[in-house]
Design a protein around this ligand. Sequence first.
Ligand SMILES: [Cu+2]
Length: 215
Amino acid sequence: MGFVILLLSILILAAGVGLAVATFASGKRSAHAVLSHRLASGDIDVEEYKQRLAALGPSRAGAAWVPAVILIAIGLIGVLVFAFSSMGKGPMRNMMGGMGGMMNGGMDSMMRGRTDLTAPEPSPGASEVVITAKEFLFAPREIKVKRGETVNLVLDNRGEAFHTLTIEKLDFQIETEGGRRASGALTADRSGSFTVICSVPGHEEAGMRATLIVE
Ligand SMILES: [Cu+2]
């Protein structure tokens, strides 16, 4: 949009300059200019010049410049408007983009929990550990895996809402809409007890919490 305005302004500006040149050229050929020239070259004397000038009436040379001046003014204003608006655009856009990103991130995490975590694709042949999710719990509440062993964790979302199965300490998350399944390969390389939650805000507090025990 801004670019179109700039292009239009430049065209108007060019037209104005063109008209100014034409006005200047035609001014040189105007009756008044011819009279002045004839006076200067001694073709006519001052008396005759004055008589002819009076007969011609007032010069319109000034008025001839009006359209050119208007066009140039409009063109310049357009270019300036574009310059000013694009001056604010760089940082402005970044700011707006940042704000938009923040808002999107906020909205996203409201609806979808952690958006920065994923899980590797399920590993073919690995054993499956299915965890059922619904509003608002996981079942079972405790799962066990062996350290170093790859298992495919399956989130069976039997609820209505979007849920995640998130193990923050292992950077692991699978997620899915209600009524669907998601799975990912989990290889825990250290033993211990890890908290499993749904990362959608409020869901953990509502009861979507389980424990992964790595033996
Ligand atoms: Cu949830």
